[in-house]
Design a protein around this ligand. Structure first.
Ligand code: URA
Length: 480
């Protein structure tokens, strides 16, 4: 087979066979391995890739992604792509957790990507804390991604914690899970390597906002975790990859049917992403916000984040049979957050992954931007809205995201929200504070924020945070 023939077939609207899709995914992984060997001074050189009859060049990967973006995939092709990506490297086997006694209920949550969306940093410790108290043991083998397009990435946030190791081996991941009931890891060259490569390429080839590529990316990672339950947070609104309710619902249905077909109880919540979630958007600042919440501090700007986190946690506890309904699960989650149990679980997880937990003693002191600028209300009125995607790009350009794959991200770049849509603001009142580690990076994001924030005379209608729930067949069943 030849990569060029396959991408031409897709470009012209053809349907790819299972073998052709497997060929592309395996060639992508070989391309990545060759680069890693070359970087280590132990390979034939990246230039050798393009001509190989069994390989694929970076340009061909980009062209393949664009062809899929434009033409889409049939459900059969999507199933094949997800499966090929899921098995492109090692996978986690939940059987290794059985040694801990009660059979573990592996559960995870994943978002399609948002601005200031840090709920994973709260949900994983909440579930882990519930897992530690006996009963049906809940375990969270969470594989997260880096920033993508205008959205932030859980891994980039976690890696601002000094010493934190997100690249655990399968053996170490099993140990951390047995000890802490959650492990927070990223793809490695061995764990779902196809997504690691394609995810990075999509960010730079204009192929992020594709329902089938998002579905394959998320579900390949999640199914590689050997999950029994999965809660998906599908964003809707100006800050989402799929801005309309119809497109988000379509994406949710694709992911729910893919999860259910693989035997995982799957539910998707369509949730609002019209403004940054919570108080901060960035990397360390988001860890800081979650640490404060887990220590019992409830800043008014964090109210939407806490509500979302409890709702998603509640669904996971319901799927695990640890609550009679998602609503009861949300109450349990809130208690676990308030009681400090989630914070204790968080400290244990971070320490097990090599992180220095002393930075959580005074997280504000660890926030060290070298440049800040405040955007103030140009007049009195209601904060009427903004293009949340522009806000996300502003956060990335302050230094929180990367221009090219592999670029380092700034720990301290980001924004702080001082008002939410629908709030009354006085002229001159601070709306957002922008942080950067480079004075020169402030001007453009400031202009972007200034241009996109709207103040009006009429209070905008407040839509519910959770717009819809898409449930798979198995989640209709009463909890065990
Ligand atoms: N999160 C992922 O893991 N992949 C996507 O494509 C989008 C969000």
């Amino acid at each position: 087979m030849h990569a060029i023939d396959i991408l031409l077939k897709k470009r012209d609207g053809g349907e790819l066979s299972t073998a052709e899709i497997e060929f592309v995914v395996q060639a992508v992984v070989r391309n990545g391995e060759l680069k890693l060997r070359t970087a280590a001074g132990d390979g034939p050189g990246v230039e050798a890739i393009g001509g190989g009859s069994e390989d694929i060049s970076d340009a061909q990967i980009g062209a393949f992604l664009m062809a899929v973006f434009q033409r889409g995939l049939t459900l059969r092709e999507l199933g094949d792509l997800t499966r090929a990506m899921r098995f492109s490297g090692e996978t986690f086997d939940a059987a290794v957790l059985a040694a801990s006694g009660a059979k573990a209920f592996t559960v995870d949550k994943h978002s399609t990507g948002g601005v200031g969306d840090k709920s994973s940093l709260l949900i994983a410790p909440v579930w882990a804390a519930v897992g530690m108290d006996g009963g049906t043991s809940v375990s969270v083998p969470m594989i997260s991604g880096r920033s993508l397009g205008h959205t932030g990435g859980t891994l980039d946030k976690l890696e601002t914690i000094p010493g934190f190791d997100s690249q655990l081996s399968m053996v170490r991941m099993g140990e951390v899970l047995r000890e802490c009931h959650a492990a927070l890891v990223g793809q490695t060259p061995r764990l779902v390597p196809a997504d690691r490569i394609l995810y990075g390429m999509r960010d730079h080839t204009g192929t992020v906002e594709s329902p089938v590529l998002i579905c394959a990316s998320i579900m390949s990672k999640k199914l590689a975790e050997d999950l029994r339950g999965l809660v998906l947070d599908v964003k809707v609104g100006s800050g989402a990859f799929m801005p309309t309710l119809e497109r988000s619902r379509y994406l949710a249905e694709l992911m729910v049917s893919t999860g259910e077909a693989a035997g995982t109880k799957t539910v998707a919540l369509l949730t609002a992403m019209d403004e940054p979630l919570g108080r901060f958007s960035g990397n360390w600042v988001e860890v800081w916000e979650c640490v404060e919440i887990m220590k019992g501090v409830r800043h008014p700007m964090s109210a939407d984040l806490i509500e979302l986190s409890n709702t998603l946690s509640g669904w996971g506890l319901y799927l695990a049979g640890r609550a009679g309904s998602p609503e009861e699960g949300a109450k349990v989650a809130d208690e676990v957050l308030r009681s400090g149990e989630a914070y204790a679980a968080w400290l244990k997880i971070v320490a097990a992954q090599g992180g220095d937990t002393s930075v959580f003693e005074d997280p504000a002191a660890f926030h060290r931007p070298t440049a800040t600028r405040v955007l103030r209300a140009s007049r009195a009125g209601f904060l009427a809205g903004m293009d949340c995607k522009e806000v996300g790009w502003a956060v990335q350009r302050l230094g929180a995201g990367r221009e090219r794959p592999g670029d380092p991200v700034s720990a301290h770049a980001g924004i702080e929200s001082h008002a939410k849509i629908g709030d009354w603001v006085e002229a001159g009142q601070p709306l957002f504070t922008l942080f950067s580690e480079d004075e020169a990076r402030l001007a453009e994001p400031y202009r972007m924020m200034e241009a996109t924030v709207r103040i009006g005379d009429v209070r905008p209608e407040r839509l519910p945070l959770v717009r819809e729930v898409v449930r798979g067949e198995s989640t209709q069943l009463p909890a065990r």
